[in-house]
Design a protein around this ligand. Structure first.
Ligand code: PMP
Length: 426
């Protein structure tokens, strides 16, 4: 790294924490692989959820970006913008939301901020329901609805937030519950909360908690919540920043695992839709989207160059049925990882959907979450040429596996082998 880490530390905030004892400088990528500054090659089992939904350096996206950048990048909100209209039309059609309107932002944080602006204005209330262990962004308003306290550095939120059970089951009193009993308990908890509160604006939830360690509620939980919310006129915001675009395999959106509940009133998206170009956005039915009675614009949201990337990436995703690939290869990968983890005492659970797989680690003696074990697996897999992520509750004790959606069976097999070796050396 030739002193780059020291220079990074000297000019960036201390709360920007990098992965690995010796942080990695990634200099280029192709397909599901990336290379570091020393020329070492890694299989990338994490970039898929961060930026690279389909594949690194996807030729169609690179070409679309270069062509659009060479033609014009101008304001996306003051003049007509063809790529933006085309991508908005496609996303509105895919969203499942009737009479859908789309507003583009430059990040997931800004998308959720916009969703909060809409919901609180529409309902004339600053009260929000959010899930424990959730992550929704880094702005002042979104840290105020982020249940994962290790990502929520202030308590001076402009919102009044009530935290609901449902996102995580591996810890605490719910660990032994069946799906049905857990759902009933969470619904009872929600009803109890609402019995003491008036005029809540919205519930915001990630269908599968991302930063929280890829934990899924039982299918149908949000359908059960929705019946309660509807009685109170409370909106449902589905944060699909990590779960959208087929990542979960069986469904295009995470909310669809709760079939009878959907579609949500407001859907937010970001991350991989631009395959690394900064696209975020909000979809809502017109009545909600149009509740603002003042102008609102974004300089970079909907930029023609990011929209061109989004269109090329979305076309590639649909034409190559990468959702189906996530289902097939993800299904094989999770089975392979379950087999690898069998007999490793430190693994409490291998869970997931599609290409969004979490491995929860705990101390086999005390049963406590084990962030040191997660850090050790991250180092060991890196040594052997595999990049994975970590996450979880306040203690970062889950490993996260989320490759680009074009992962092949051979690559799944190769990565699982490296992970198996690291888990067995714990
Ligand atoms: N929502 C979820 C579910 C996320 O995982 C993230 C990012 N980790 C965000 C919102 C915020 O997105 P961004 O980092 O683009 O602001």
């Amino acid at each position: 790294m030739s002193g780059l880490y020291e220079r990074h530390r000297a000019v960036t905030p201390d709360w920007l924490s990098l992965y690995y004892r010796e942080p990695l400088e990634i200099t280029h990528g192709e397909g599901r692989h990336v290379w570091d500054a020393e020329g070492r090659k890694y299989l990338d089992f994490f970039g898929g959820i961060l930026t690279t939904m389909t594949a690194h350096a996807l030729p169609e996206v690179t070409k679309a970006v270069a062509e659009q950048a060479g033609r014009i990048i101008h304001s996306s909100t003051l003049y007509l913008n063809r790529p933006m209209v085309e991508l908005a039309e496609r996303i509105a059609g895919l969203s499942g939301i009737p009479d859908a309107r789309v507003f583009f932002t430059a990040s997931g944080t800004e998308a959720n901020d916009t969703a909060l602006l809409l919901a609180t204005t529409y309902r004339r209330s600053n009260q929000i329901l959010a899930m424990r262990n959730s992550y929704h962004g880094r702005s002042f308003s979104t840290v105020g609805i982020t249940g994962n306290r290790s990502w929520s550095p202030t308590s001076l939120s402009p919102l009044q937030t009530l935290y609901v059970h449902g996102g995580v089951r591996t810890r605490g009193p719910y660990a032994q519950y069946t799906d049905e009993r857990f759902t009933d308990a969470c619904v009872a908890d929600l009803e109890d909360l609402l019995g003491h509160t008036r005029g809540v604006a919205a519930l915001i939830a990630e269908p599968v908690q991302g930063v929280g360690g890829f934990t899924s509620p039982p299918d149908g939980l949000y359908a059960a919540f929705r019946r309660v919310l509807d009685r109170h006129g409370i909106l449902w915001i589905s944060d699909e920043v990590q779960t959208g675009w087929g990542r979960t395999g069986d469904h295009f959106w995470g909310w669809q695992a709760h079939g009878q509940a959907g579609p949500p009133d407001i859907l937010t998206f970001a991350k991989g839709i631009g395959n690394g170009m900064s696209i975020g956005g909000v979809v809502a039915r017109a009545e909600i989207m149009n509740c603002l009675d003042a102008h609102s614009i974004s300089t970079f949201g909907g930029s023609p160059v990011t929209m061109a990337a989004g269109l090329a990436n979305l076309s590639h995703l649909l034409e190559h049925d990468l959702q189906g690939n996530a289902r097939r290869v993800g299904g094989l990968l999770i089975e392979r990882l379950r087999a690898a983890a069998a007999g490793v005492d430190a693994v409490r659970e291998v869970r997931g959907r599609g290409l969004m797989i979490g491995i929860e680690l705990a101390d086999p003696v005390t049963g406590r979450a084990d962030p040191d074990a997660a850090a050790a697996v991250l180092e060991a897999t890196r040594e052997n040429g595999l990049l994975i992520g970590k996450g979880g509750g306040h203690d970062t004790s889950a490993l996260r596996v989320a490759p680009p959606l074009s992962l092949t069976v051979a690559e799944a097999e190769e990565g699982a082998g490296i992970l198996e070796q690291a888990l067995r050396s714990l």
